[in-house]
Structure formats: structure tokens, C-alpha cells
Write a protein that binds this ligand. Structure first.
Ligand SMILES: Nc1ncnc2c1ncn2[C@@H]1O[C@H](COP(=O)(O)OP(=O)(O)OP(=O)(O)O)[C@@H](O)[C@H]1O
Ligand SMILES: [Mg+2]
Length: 473
């Protein structure tokens, strides 16, 4: 176990009172007893559904060196033989430890927000920067009020590059998170109508993303997507705050500029000029939207003083994650069936990106492009319109057959020409029989919807029906 925190520094940062034996050195920070490693410090965080205090015993039995618990739960652990730190507020204690991690760090710190593409950009940066030095990045999508302080608290003292994902559902959240992270380089991937229900307009979403400017370190940089409709709004705010802007995109004159791109079914080949340096690279996952994100990645690499050539080379190794564009090839007599699994989530921006991905795919002999789309949630009163608006993208993508589920998707289903319609059902499971009946060898099937629309079971049903031979990249 390598040491993340000494007992002394840990206790000083977290505060509170300690009971039980000495802790010794701390190897990691955990908030989940199931994934804890021996020697971790366990923080009993109160979540919306679960209370970490119910898992303190499991965490200690699993080898946690210490548990940090709330004062109001202290009675429950009276007389315990393990090391406990009792604090007024456990989340606040985690934030304090995160703050200590940030204060001791000499790393280049990067923060990423945006309506879509945060995790993909973060993972690409993890890979790109780790070619040049010790890199620490958020796990999964740990981008909220507990995910960000947890990621900070987990940052080793000798980290050279720290990459943080910042997310939000409401105004004020990014401001709070960025003040903890204090990035030298901040990225706003893009601003789109996501969670529109909570914000009312895309401009208000842009303003909430712009809160990231408030936490950028003096002399720091903000990367902005010049192709995004909200670019000027964001650039103005950065200008008012005196923050330097670096742009990326396809527009003439961007600092990280896309010169040429060849979009393939399973990757993209890109030529770009990154702050004056020409680079040619392969990006290992397909889609024009990811190419845009990759420009931001390489601009960050250059701004952080890391090796651009090694970073560009590493991007060939990127793979689309499960549920976010990963491809599964299913064997069928007469030609494999390709499933593009986008079941993890959906909003108008990622829906368009996924339809573009489907259009780039190459169906086999007599194969067709089939889209299976479930409702995009949290879009508020404009939901039906935003669904209907995708009809053009369905047309552009040369979708041969559209299957749609959910009440909002009905609006899209009715907006596409008759001959493209497969079936509409109230929920995703209602489509499965018709899809299995329709599919034939050579087809490419793209499946996407909000997590709550449960499109994953459609992917599973196809897998079960056709038993996969290999997971294609
Ligand atoms: N620039 C982009 N434009 C449109 N779609 C994108 C863009 N970047 C990524 N996507 C798509 O959006 C989906 C979500 O990507 P990713 O997980 O990286 O986003 P995120 O911002 O981390 O989302 P979350 O808020 O769920 O954490 C994926 O299907 C991805 O392909
Ligand atoms: Mg994410």
C-alpha cells in the first residue's frame, strides 16, 4: 500500500475528535464499503438513498484503517475498538481533506465541464497526459458535491497532472466545485439543451457552465468550443473576468483547429493544428463529436507543457465505453449484426451525435441502418418539440427503420416518413419482439435513450438472441 496521507496530516485536515487506536498511514479514501481496499479511510457519507453510517462496520471489517463518522451518529459506535474520527459533518470533512490535497499539490490542474463529453474528454486526457507524467483523474462520472471532493482527497501528493470532471443540475453547483478544484486550465466542452427542465433556456445553462470561470487560478486559461452556439456568451464572460481564452473547433482561426478529418465506422483519422503545431493522429472511437473533444484534449496537453506527440499517439488507444457508443458484433448467418450501444443516456446533442455515428456505419450486404430510440428525459415543456426536431437528423443519417419507445418519442415517430417507421411502443420492452422479428444479417442497430428509458434491456435482448462473438472496438 502506498501512502496517500500520513495520520498526522489526515487528522489535521479532517478535524474532529479521534477515538480508538492509532491509524497509521492511509492508502486511499473510500465512501463505499464494497470497493474499499485495506488501509483506506472510510467516510460515512449520507446519500439520498443510503447512509454510509450503516456500512461503517462492513468497512472496518473489510480493512478500513479508520472511519470518519458524524457526531449525530457517534452513540451507535460507542465502545468500538476501531479507529474513528467523529466530525460535525462528514461531507464537510471530506471537502476539507480535498482542500488539503489541493493545497499540497504542485500538479497542473485541469477541470472539465459541459453538457456532454465531460467523461470522454476526461478519460482521453487521462490517457494523453499519463504519457508525460503521473496523472490523477476522477473515477467514472464523479462530478458532483461528493464526487469532486472525493477525487481531490484521493489525489496523491506527487501527482503531476490532475483531471477533474465537474457536473451540475442547478445554478451555483459549478461555482462551488470549481472553488475546490482551482484549475489552471478549464474546459467547457459544449453547451446544449440538457436538463432543460431545471433551467428553462440554453442561455441559462451556459451561464451556469460559465461559473467555472470564477474558480480558475490567476493566469489560468479557459478552453472554449468555437463551434458552439453559446460561444460568444461564454467568451464575453471570460473576457469580463480577465481570463485568457483558447478556442478549439472547426471555425477559421481557432487555436486548436481541425484541418482534416476522415470519419470511419470504428475510428477517426485527424489532422489538426494545436496552438501552432501540426499533428496527425487516430482517435480510437468513432464520431465527429469526439473529434471535436480531442482538439480540446490536445490543446490542454500543450498548455500543460506535456508531450503533444506522445499524447496524439496515445489517442489511438481510446475505446468507446459500454453504453456510450461501444459496438457489439453479433453473429448471424449471411453477415454479422452490429449493435451500437448508446443506452447509457441521451439528450438532443448526444442523440444527434449518435445518429451521425449510425450514418457513418457500413451495413453489410442487404443490411440496413436501424435506430431504436427511447425518450430523452428532463427536457421540460419543450420535450415533444425537441424530440420531433430530430426528424431531420434521422433523415440525414439515412436511417432505414426507426423503432421508438416512450411518450415523447411518439412525436418523432410520427414526424418521420411512413416508410421509415418500424414500431412505436409505450416502453422499451414493448419493442423487443418487433425488433427481433425485423433484424436481418448485415444490419447496424443503434440503441439510445435516457437511462430512465431503459434501453439497456433492448441491447441485452439482442445479445441473448444472437450470442456475441466478439466485442468490436
Ligand atoms: N461534443 C459532443 N457533442 C455531442 N455529443 C457528445 C459530445 N461529446 C460526447 N458526446 C456523447 O455524449 C454522451 C455522453 O458522453 P460523456 O459520458 O463523455 O458525457 P458527460 O458529460 O460525462 O455525461 P454525464 O453528465 O452523464 O456525466 C456519449 O454518448 C458521447 O458520445
Ligand atoms: Mg460524465
Amino acid at each position: 500500500m502506498s501512502e496517500l496521507w500520513t495520520e498526522e496530516v489526515f487528522l489535521k485536515a479532517v478535524g474532529g475528535r479521534i477515538t480508538g487506536p492509532a491509524i497509521g498511514s492511509i492508502g486511499g479514501i473510500s465512501i463505499d464499503s464494497r470497493t474499499l481496499d485495506a488501509g483506506d479511510a472510510f467516510f460515512a457519507i449520507q446519500g439520498p438513498r443510503l447512509d454510509g453510517h450503516d456500512y461503517v462496520e462492513a468497512a472496518l471489517a473489510g480493512g478500513a484503517g479508520v472511519a470518519v463518522i458524524g457526531e449525530d451518529h457517534a452513540d451507535r459506535f460507542e465502545g468500538a475498538s476501531a479507529s474513528l474520527v467523529i466530525v460535525p459533518d462528514v461531507l464537510d470533512a471530506l471537502r476539507k481533506l480535498g482542500q488539503a490535497a489541493r493545497e499540497r499539490s504542485t500538479a497542473q490542474i485541469i477541470a472539465i465541464t459541459g453538457s456532454v463529453g465531460k467523461t470522454g474528454t476526461k478519460e482521453a486526457l487521462r490517457l494523453a497526459l499519463s504519457q508525460s507524467g503521473r496523472t490523477h483523474a476522477s473515477s467514472a462520472s464523479y462530478n458532483n458535491h461528493w464526487g469532486v471532493p472525493l477525487t481531490l482527497a484521493r489525489m496523491p501528493a506527487d501527482t503531476e497532472y490532475g483531471v477533474f470532471e465537474l457536473g451540475m443540475n442547478a445554478p451555483g453547483e459549478i461555482a462551488a466545485l470549481v472553488k475546490q478544484v482551482r484549475p489552471h486550465i478549464a474546459v467547457i466542452t459544449t453547451v446544449e439543451p440538457v436538463h432543460l427542465e431545471f433551467f428553462g433556456s440554453v442561455e441559462k445553462i451556459a451561464d451556469a457552465k460559465a461559473e467555472i470561470i470564477e474558480g480558475i487560478e490567476p493566469g489560468g486559461v479557459l478552453l472554449l468550443n468555437a463551434d458552439n452556439a453559446q460561444f460568444s456568451r461564454l467568451a464575453d464572460k471570460a473576457g469580463q473576468a480577465g481570463v485568457r481564452i483558447v478556442t478549439f473547433g472547426e471555425k477559421e482561426g481557432t487555436d486548436a483547429h481541425l484541418d482534416r478529418v476522415a470519419l470511419h465506422a470504428e475510428c477517426s483519422c485527424v489532422s489538426a493544428t494545436i496552438l501552432g503545431t501540426e499533428v496527425t493522429y487516430k482517435f480510437g472511437a468513432p464520431g465527429r463529436h469526439l473529434v471535436g473533444n480531442s482538439l480540446a484534449v490536445l490543446a490542454v496537453v500543450k498548455l500543460a507543457g506535456a508531450d503533444l506527440a506522445l499524447a496524439a499517439l496515445a489517442l489511438a488507444g481510446i475505446e468507446a465505453p459500454k453504453g456510450r457508443g461501444a459496438r457489439v458484433r453479433l453473429p448471424a448467418e449471411g453477415g454479422d449484426i452490429t449493435v451500437i450501444d448508446e443506452s447509457y443516456n441521451a439528450n438532443p446533442a448526444s442523440m444527434r451525435a449518435a445518429l451521425a455515428l449510425l450514418s457513418q456505419s457500413e451495413p453489410g450486404f442487404r443490411g440496413r441502418r436501424i435506430a431504436v430510440l427511447g425518450d430523452m428525459r428532463e427536457l421540460g415543456p419543450q420535450a415533444d418539440d425537441l424530440h420531433r426536431d430530430l426528424a431531420g437528423a434521422v433523415e440525414d443519417a439515412n436511417v432505414d427503420i426507426l423503432f421508438a419507445s416512450g411518450p415523447h418519442m411518439k412525436a418523432l415517430y410520427e414526424a418521420v416518413p411512413d416508410l421509415r417507421r418500424g414500431q412505436h411502443a409505450g416502453d422499451s420492452t414493448g419493442l423487443i419482439a418487433a425488433i427481433l422479428d425485423e433484424i436481418r444479417p448485415g444490419d447496424v442497430v443503434m440503441i439510445k435513450g435516457s437511462l430512465g428509458s431503459r434501453m439497456g434491456p433492448v441491447v441485452e435482448a439482442l445479445r441473448d438472441h444472437f450470442a456475441p462473438v466478439e466485442a468490436a472496438s
